[in-house]
Design a protein around this ligand. Sequence first.
Ligand SMILES: [Cu+2]
Length: 294
Amino acid sequence: MRNKSVATLIGMSVFALYSSMAVGSKYNFPEPQSTIAQDIYDQHIALLWICLAIFVGVFGVMFYSVLKHRKSLGYKAANFHHSTTVEVIWTVIPCAILIAMALPATKTVIAMKDTSSPDMTIKATGYQWMWGYDYLQGEGEGISFFSKLSTPRAQLENKEPKGENYLLEVDNNLVVPVGKKVRIILTANDVIHAWWVPALGVKQDAVPGFIRDTWFTADSPGIYRGQCAELCGKDHGYMPIVVEVLDEESYAKWAAGKLARVSSGAVSLAAVSTDVVSGAEQAVDAIEENSDNN
Ligand SMILES: [Cu+2]
């Protein structure tokens, strides 16, 4: 019997060591970078500990009962088949655990849905297979671009070794300032996509013909990667999301640069159209001259 409890102890400590190692491993959640992500992470860990406690409690009682009261020890089974007390206990305790878990979860879900009074608003549109971003309100208003996978084809076809951010890199990052409430308005152009950035605690479907929204406030500058999380066709795995969080000053610089390019693009477009108009006028003049001559 002593050997058994020693074995159980060893088994449990190996399990505990294993789970503590998992916390820092790549299989765990990424390090939370927003209040919501932190809430989700804390609750996830707390729930796992509750599950572990229930697991140990239930299996402990079960194995104890089976081993201690086995027939070979000459144990005689009790002869009853109904106990109101036991039934009340095993209904009330799980209910209390569920309510204790649901309260903080509900609070977090309500906070996730509260997209009111944002510092800036960006529309994200899902396409097969890329994302389009339009800065609708706040600093950078008017910026608009597409964000496509930038992993080289050769890596996809195993002709080159895979890079560090294989399938999690894009040509144009979604750039936002740190510490600002960013509201993301979501829709899609073709099929349902989903905008998912785990480190920021954001996951929301983008549905064609409908508007959904979500928000995040990034705690610290950095690059946070995500993916489309709704099966959307053959290149579903090839439309990652990269959010680049900059400090306020760098963001202002980035936004000004982007907007300058937009307006210079508009100026050159206007120049082209003036050229076209004057070209057309000249052509009309030439035709009129021609007809006069005839
Ligand atoms: Cu998609």
